[in-house]
Design a protein around this ligand. Structure first.
Ligand code: WTA
Length: 545
């Protein structure tokens, strides 16, 4: 059943009319600036315009809350700017930020951007191989991390890194450097590594022009107003955590909440209650876990919450119904990707929500559902979600892989997402799956190739095929099929050892949760490539039997 909007004042009140009248080309033209810097727009500009004393960030670490005003954020960023400038970092240099979800992470990302470098935030869960792989792809020289996190890196194996800045040494800085590198809209500022179905993760490069998309979607979709306390639960190592955890809210001068640690239902409700969070952006797995936690919510006052959004994986209608009934909020699904750099399909607070639907195209953006030949399919028919290029948030390129970048677009200039969807008569879009083998566990993208490569490094593993297996809580879990080398026998201990081995190489989230040993893996006859599709079918057959 459709859920109507609550009466209220929203930043965008009439979707149809705005969709008809708004276009990004005019908007970009009206906001055209030759010299731009996302970091400057996100912080310094607010200090200049009189918002210096406004709280920019609440950091929750267990019982402790530390708050920073925009002026204090600027000071912190400018101190790191000084440190980076002393290291003579060049424009376009890749600066790795490998830190927990804490304020330094946000400040370091901005400092790198402010001096014209490319910030490369890395997920806090990454382990040795995942880190080496990414660093050796983009060959940056500066790494900002903690002593603890640095122990996961073998510095011999990442020869480009010549400057390691430890967070522990960055706390008592006193010198600030109020330097801004004035970039052009096309200057790169951010790179996120992301996984597909083939090959190792690739570096998706975003340019400063994306700030227009971030700002406008923060205004329309997050519906941010001056008094909002906004909490995005994602780590800045993922695109949601940077674009909607940092850039979009701060470009709109909102107060953000940063919470240390991963999911815990009680802790999360407590953060909302304590800080009077008004806008929350999270992922379906987290909402499912909140639902599973039952009446825990009853011990907390949650009525500050006025707008709740979701992204990253299919949002089940049951979760929407539950949130409406018990938390008295509608959950607004949004669809976008690392490559799109900002919202593409959205549910706006002023509009009807159809549970199960990701929403309708963001104003200024043309979306089509295409068949294999690139023709638009009728309403209700499944096809590939495609987006007419360009738009301000669209990635600028793939790091050192122009061919890969070009491969995303069809001849008609549409970006092909790899997601299968259908659209109803009202324009609402429903997700149905992927065209490829990409895995999505708890909203986090996992490339099967990266996991397979890690598996075959274990001495017992001969070959590996990795798939996503449907799971009630996580959406999908990582499931590996392997064959063993001679003289190895399948035992529970060996299987556990292999799981831990991958966890220590890549990360907790991409390690297989299940492993099945087979005598042989299904392969293509000619090239001998492992057929993940058959493994997936096998999984379904096992489930039925
Ligand atoms: C999936 C995250 C269903 C999709 C911002 C996409 C979704 C991939 C949704 C991008 C949604 C994202 N419903 N699936 N609302 N949003 N996805 O790059 O398969 O980490 O291609 O960006 O997540 O993941 P990424």
């Amino acid at each position: 059943m459709a859920l109507l909007a609550q009466p209220g004042t929203y930043n965008l009140t009439d979707y149809e009319q705005t969709y008809q009248s708004f276009n990004f080309t005019d908007y970009q033209h009206a906001h055209k600036k030759e010299a731009v810097n996302v970091a400057y727009f996100a912080v310094d500009q607010h200090v200049k315009s009189g918002l210096g004393a406004k709280i920019a960030l609440h950091y929750v670490n267990g019982e402790e809350v530390v708050s920073y005003t925009f002026r204090e954020v600027k000071q912190q960023v400018d101190q790191l700017v000084h440190v980076l400038r002393e290291r003579e970092i060049q424009v376009g240099e890749r600066v790795y930020i490998f830190l927990p979800k804490n304020p330094t992470n946000y400040f370091a990302i901005l400092a790198a951007i402010k001096i014209g470098a490319i910030a490369v935030p890395l997920f806090e869960g990454f382990m040795t191989d995942a880190l080496h792989e990414r660093i050796n792809d983009s060959y940056g020289k500066v790494l900002i991390t903690t002593k603890n996190f640095a122990s996961r890196i073998d510095f011999q194996a990442v020869p480009s890194v010549t400057e390691v800045l430890y967070e522990e040494d960055l706390h008592n800085l006193t010198v600030e450097d109020d330097y801004v590198y004035w970039a052009t809209p096309e200057t790169p500022f951010l790179m996120h590594y992301t996984s597909g179905s083939t090959g190792q993760p690739k570096g998706v490069i975003h340019a400063h022009r994306a700030y227009l998309h971030h700002q406008l979607s923060g205004h329309w979709v997050l519906d941010l107003k001056p008094d909002d306390i906004y909490w995005c639960t994602s780590h800045p190592g993922w695109v949601t955590g940077s674009v909607y955890g940092l850039f979009a809210p701060w470009l709109n001068a909102a107060t953000i909440v940063v919470q240390a640690g991963r999911f815990d239902a009680k802790q999360w409700y407590r953060v909302i209650d304590r800080l009077k969070v008004t806008v929350l952006y999270s992922a379906p797995t987290a909402f499912r876990l909140l639902k599973a936690a039952g009446d825990v919510y009853q011990s907390f006052q949650l009525d500050s919450l006025r707008h709740v959004l979701s992204v990253g994986e299919p949002l089940n209608p049951e979760v929407i119904t539950w949130a409406k009934k018990y938390l008295h909020v509608r959950i607004h699904d949004t669809w976008w990707m690392t490559e799109t750099g900002g919202h593409i399909v959205v549910n706006l607070p002023s509009e009807v929500i159809k549970p199960g639907s990701m929403g309708r195209p963001f104003p200024g953006i043309t979306v089509k559902i295409l068949d294999d030949d690139g023709n638009e399919v009728p309403h209700g028919t499944i096809g590939q979600l495609a987006v007419k290029a360009p738009w301000p948030g669209l990635m600028q390129t793939i790091w050192k892989n122009k061919a890969k970048f070009d491969g995303y677009f069809n001849d008609a200039g549409y970006y092909l997402s790899g997601d299968l969807c259908y659209q109803d008569e009202d324009g609402y879009i429903f997700f149905s799956g992927r065209v490829d083998d990409m895995i999505n566990a708890r909203g986090e993208r996992i490339g099967p190739f990266e996991v397979e490569s890690a598996l075959v490094k274990h001495p017992a593993v001969k070959e590996a095929g990795v798939i996503g297996k449907p799971d009630e809580v996580s959406g999908e879990i990582v499931k590996a099929y392997i064959t063993l080398n001679d003289h190895f026998v399948e035992t529970e201990d060996l299987i556990d050892e292999i799981k831990v081995f991958v966890k220590h190489q890549l990360s907790f989230h991409s390690a297989p949760k299940e492993i099945t040993v087979l005598d042989e893996l299904p392969k293509t006859q000619i090239s001998g490539k492992i057929l993940r599709r058959e493994l997936k079918q096998r999984e379904q057959l096992v489930k039925l039997s």
